[in-house]
Ligand binder design. Structure first.
Ligand code: FE
Ligand code: FE
Ligand code: ZN
Length: 278
């Protein structure tokens, strides 16, 4: 079955996100755990979560994907920035237990000049300090476009983080189609080859989610500017191949395209119409 959703605003709580998802034809969604550029997190209302869980059961909403704030950088050279990252992620993982068994998506971080080896070491040490065997959440490392000093610009860097962590059983990967394209992986002309490489280096069993976005820039640009489905460099045909690819088709897909709700509803309808049920 096709699991498709988009990024929704958490401002009015979980039940509101569930209702919004249903209203645009989605059966999953992503949301920010807190202000993407700041630190504050709204308190979780247990009553709202209880109503949401009931609603999602009735409406078959599954595979929530929480997204960590962009400012969370466990690879920073600045100890204050690293401390914020560890504190925010610890708090987020605690809050995730209100909706157990879902995924938490994280940009691995930016090493800001210290070099990728040092950055990877710091990310591993953050994950090892904030993740806990008692948590039911799977932490997903997102494949990045490689802008600035981003870590996770290739499958090798992601794999080194996972391999280095004591918590590797609870770590997976979220493949962002815009990011990998911008990073130089040709998901348009060689999707099969890219997935073979992913399997060799990381292992496809680690792949838990797909961010399905087109890109405003060309392959290898390292830019990270998302565009709408079928607009610009990947194109609709590539999107259709991605959602139907045997190794991807059972994963949840999340749109992070520049859209308001009606735009998302339209993209979901287009992708649904091209998903070949088996
Ligand atoms: Fe992201
Ligand atoms: Fe993404
Ligand atoms: Zn992006």
């Amino acid at each position: 079955m096709f699991r498709i959703g988009c990024h929704l605003s958490v401002a009015k709580g979980f039940l509101d996100m569930g209702r919004t998802a249903v209203s645009i034809g989605a059966n999953t969604f992503q949301f920010f755990t807190r202000n993407p550029r700041g630190g504050s997190a709204k308190a979780i209302d247990p009553e709202d979560v209880r109503s949401f869980l009931e609603f999602s059961e009735e409406n078959d909403i599954k595979h929530l994907l929480a997204h960590a704030p962009y400012t969370l950088n466990g690879a920073s050279a600045d100890p204050g920035v690293r401390r914020f990252a560890a504190e925010a992620m610890t708090d987020d993982l605690k809050r995730m237990e209100f909706t157990p068994g879902n995924c938490y998506n994280l940009h691995p971080g930016s090493h800001v000049g210290q070099g990728v080896d040092e950055g990877i070491k710091l990310v591993i040490s953050m994950l090892d300090s904030v993740m806990d065997e008692d948590h039911s959440t799977t932490v997903l490392l997102e494949t990045m476009a490689g802008k600035g000093s981003e870590i996770g610009r290739n499958f090798g860097e992601i794999s080194r983080i996972i391999d280095g962590s004591r918590m590797q059983d609870s770590i997976g990967v979220c493949l962002d189609t815009c990011h990998v394209f911008d990073a130089g992986y040709d998901v348009v002309n060689d999707l099969g080859g890219v997935l073979d490489e992913f399997d060799d280096i990381i292992g496809l069993d680690r792949l838990k989610a797909v961010h399905i976005n087109d890109s405003m820039n060309s392959i290898g640009s390292n830019k990270d500017r998302h565009s709408r489905i079928g607009e610009v460099n990947l194109g609709l045909e590539a999107m259709i191949r991605i959602i139907n690819e045997p190794r991807l088709r059972t994963l949840p897909f999340y749109l992070e395209t520049p859209n308001e709700l009606p735009g998302y509803a339209g993209e979901i309808a287009v992708l649904r119409s091209h998903y070949v049920s088996q």
